[in-house]
Design a protein around this ligand. Structure first.
Ligand SMILES: NC(=O)c1ccc[n+]([C@@H]2O[C@H](COP(=O)([O-])OP(=O)(O)OC[C@H]3O[C@@H](n4cnc5c(N)ncnc54)[C@H](OP(=O)(O)O)[C@@H]3O)[C@@H](O)[C@H]2O)c1
Length: 245
């Protein structure tokens, strides 16, 4: 990663999965990182290893409160601007939509939709000050995904938000949304989805976070982040025999 030394980077949902990987990478590369999550942490080292960063609990099931805590902490850290904000925190629920409990549905909307709206609104002045970038971590599920109806709806809402803010904030801050495909993190298990043997087709979390980081660096407006499978067809000579020939 180039050019991140001293940059002020906010990452939500940084206690697990790709958020955790990105927070550690930015901190190790010399960025000033404000990482958030829903868990209270007595010692940041327990999760972030040796990475030097600031962690606060900002529970996005309470969107306004989460946004307020983030802005308050930025002020305490002396940040007048923010160079990069990665709104990554997200949850899902897998199953028949008819069986989805109302409170689970409401929580997904609060964490995945209301919170990004509230946080983006709250940190806009800091992003404008730095002419920074807002990156939303969406999902290819925004197109619709069986067993993940509410989750898919929230990801479609994120796309609408990103595309709207991109126009609203033109010339003041860059806005992008990235749409990862299935990644090998704990998210599916937390959502109650048993991927079984299909998990081998998921992108490894390290590879996915590297691809996400390079898309963030490029500043591209939208990008799908997924593994490409190249199936070779036809007969091929095994390598061992090719050497002999
Ligand atoms: N994994 C995939 O296949 C996949 C595919 C496409 C898009 N995505 C998106 O990528 C993002 C990260 O997913 P992931 O796979 O890395 O999931 P993950 O491993 O479950 O990490 C999600 C992060 O969000 C945090 N979070 C959950 N609820 C929160 C709340 N109420 N307040 C604050 N933080 C909260 C989690 O905290 P805890 O550590 O306490 O759980 C965790 O740090 C999500 O937006 C997800 O929708 C994932």
């Amino acid at each position: 990663m180039s050019g991140v030394i001293g940059k002020r980077v906010l990452i939500t949902g940084a206690t697990d999965g790709i958020g955790l990987a990105m927070a550690c990478k930015y901190a190790q590369a010399g960025a000033r990182v404000l990482a958030t999550g829903r868990r209270p942490l007595a010692r940041t080292d327990d999760i972030f290893g040796g990475a030097t960063l600031t962690y606060i609990r900002a529970d996005q099931s309470e969107p306004e409160e989460a946004a307020r805590s983030i802005v308050q902490t930025m002020k305490t850290m002396g940040w007048t601007g923010c160079d990069l904000a990665i709104l990554n925190a997200g949850i899902g629920w897998a199953g028949n939509p008819a069986d989805e409990p109302a409170e689970v549905l409401a929580e997904q909307v609060a964490v995945n939709v209301e919170s990004p709206v509230q946080i983006a609104r709250a940190i806009a002045p800091a992003l404008f000050e730095a002419k920074g970038q807002l990156t939303l971590i969406g999902s290819i599920a925004h197109k619709g995904s069986k067993k993940f109806a509410t989750y898919a709806a929230t990801k479609a809402a994120q796309r609408g938000l990103a595309r709207s803010l991109r126009e609203e904030w033109r010339d003041r801050a860059n806005v992008q949304i990235l749409h990862p495909g299935a990644i090998r993190t704990g998210m599916h298990a937390k959502a109650g989805f048993k991927a079984g043997m299909f998990r081998i087709f998921f992108t490894g979390s390290r590879r996915a976070s590297n691809a996400i980081l390079s898309a963030i660096e490029s500043g591209v407006a939208e990008r799908v982040i997924k593994r490409n499978f190249i199936f070779r067809t036809g007969w091929r000579t095994p390598r061992r025999l090719r050497k002999v020939q």
